[in-house]
Design a binder for this molecule. Structure first.
Ligand SMILES: [Cu+2]
Length: 118
């Protein structure tokens, strides 16, 4: 009987501890919003959306829906998805704020912009 009560008290203490931990976490600055993955479709020789704004730490997934191969290639050469064949995807994570203009290496008339906010 006594043992059972002690056990119960310990359990309650553990729950209380978890509650305090949760309070601390929720009270923390909201700088750490969970990173998101944004999707960009490449279809009919266009990036959609052609302009996208994300937060630093977010990722972008490009998916090629065309028969022709495409890339998403940064104009400054900072990043590149590499060649995406039909139905292929590539995901890149962006940590540095800035505005990036990019294009398709096979079809340079295909252009778009990606803005990474701090
Ligand atoms: Cu292309």
């Amino acid at each position: 009987m006594l043992v059972k009560r002690t056990y119960t008290r310990r359990q309650a203490g553990a729950l209380l501890g978890a509650g305090f931990a949760a309070l601390f976490l929720s009270g923390a600055p909201r700088a750490g919003e969970a990173p998101r993955t944004h999707k960009i479709d490449i279809r009919k020789f266009k990036f959609a959306p052609a302009a996208l704004i994300i937060k630093a730490g977010d990722s972008v997934e490009w998916t090629n829906h065309d028969i022709a191969p495409h890339t998403a290639t940064d104009e400054e050469g900072d990043w590149d998805t590499g060649t995406l064949s039909r139905s292929q995807s590539a995901t890149l994570t962006f940590k540095t704020p800035g505005t990036y203009s990019y294009f398709c290496a096979f079809h340079p008339q295909m252009t778009a912009t990606l803005t990474v906010e701090a």
